[in-house]
Design a protein around this ligand. Structure first.
Ligand SMILES: *Cc1c(COP(=O)(O)O)cnc(C)c1O
Length: 352
């Protein structure tokens, strides 16, 4: 490659899960099987297109106020972005300027290394232990920042808040990001540590537990100092990140706590039922606290099960990657969808 191509920023992009155009049982991208709050529907039904003539509020004040109120934080402690992917990318850009490598697990959300490459941030992927758990002592070395998802993806394993705190406490000279995309499905949030640690950023999303993956809303919670730095970078990049309708949608969702709690509990209940069923079918898996189960079969290869399910129009996620290429990541759907999955698995295992 020569000429102008020499100076192109070359990256190997993140590959999102498939979004098939035909109707399938979709258990491959950890979306929520239930609709968003009826209050969200009402906002959309009543939205006046006239409003779109004007730019949206660059400060996203109404949504930030709703999040801050729900979480018991000051408004200056909340940052909002277009999905937590946007929040995380902005955080990498803002906080990871060291020459030292940033640290994250080898098996984790596969966007972290993509952002590190994109922004030319040195990084080191720390191998998880044999059982896919994090070894806290591995994060007590010189570094330029740390990202830990809790629960981790795609394993579903949640680490204790004590373990998370030990990592933060050991790294006062780095920003530590805890990516809590799945926290609402039964893990203790690191939010309570914010009062102790100025260098902690907790990132959450509306995509999974609030059924709003299509709206793209994510947020970060941190010290006022961290959030101010994030805003400086955001305003240097794109000031109007969130559109007018989405701001109202997010606010309505955040304000409907009873609906949120009910949906999340339904998913947890179905997850626990699915664990029993998968065990009976000969699968094993780490104990998941997320809205998916990361499972392998004791006899049949994951790749074969993945293909056979796809043929039956049931989509799950398969990563052809060392250490995890015999696992399937199965999103928790409705009880009915999960029953259909179990029936299909039973057939596939019998035929094999
Ligand atoms: C889904 C997910 C995200 C991104 O979600 P958004 O839809 O961009 O909010 C971030 N981190 C992890 C670990 C995820 O699984």
């Amino acid at each position: 490659m020569g000429g102008w191509e020499t100076y192109v920023r070359k990256v190997e992009p993140y590959v999102p899960g498939e979004q098939p155009k035909h109707k399938v049982i979709k258990l491959n991208t950890n979306e929520n099987p239930y609709p968003p709050s009826p209050k969200v529907q009402k906002i959309i039904d009543e939205f006046d297109a006239q409003q779109l003539r004007l730019y949206p509020d660059p400060e996203v004040s109404e949504l930030i106020a709703a999040i801050a109120k729900n979480k018991g934080l000051d408004k200056e402690q909340v940052f909002v972005g277009v999905g937590s992917d946007d929040v995380l990318a902005m955080s990498f850009l803002t906080f990871f300027g060291s020459e030292q490598p940033i640290l994250f697990p080898d098996i984790t959300y596969s966007f972290y290394d993509v952002w590190a490459e994109l922004f030319h941030i040195p990084y080191e992927q720390i191998p998880l232990q044999e059982d896919f758990r994090i070894c806290v002592d591995d994060y007590k070395r010189k570094n330029g920042g740390i990202v830990i998802p809790n629960p981790n993806a795609p394993t579903g394993i949640a680490e204790s808040l004590d373990a998370i705190e030990e990592i933060i406490a050991a790294n006062p000279d780095s920003v530590v990001i805890i990516d809590e995309a799945y926290v609402d499905f039964g893990t203790k949030s690191a939010q309570e540590l914010l009062k102790t640690y100025e260098n902690l950023l907790v990132v959450q999303t509306f995509s999974k537990s609030r059924s709003l993956a299509g709206s793209r809303i994510g947020y970060a919670m941190g010290s006022k100092k961290l959030i101010a730095y994030l805003n400086d970078c955001k305003y240097s990049f794109n000031s109007y990140t969130m559109d007018r309708l989405t701001i109202q949608v997010g606010k309505a969702s955040m304000e409907d706590e009873p609906y949120f709690t009910e949906q999340v509990h339904r998913i947890i209940e179905t997850r626990e039922w699915a664990k029993e069923q998968l065990h009976k079918l000969g699968f094993d898996f780490p104990d998941s606290k997320a809205n998916f189960i990361f499972a392998r079969h004791k006899e049949i290869a994951a790749e074969d099960i993945f293909a056979a399910l796809k043929q039956r129009n049931i989509y799950v996620r398969y990563f052809k990657k060392t250490r995890i290429d015999n696992y399937l990541r199965i999103t928790i759907g409705t009880k009915e969808e999960m029953e259909q999955l179990m029936t299909a698995l039973q057939e596939i295992l019998q035929e094999a």
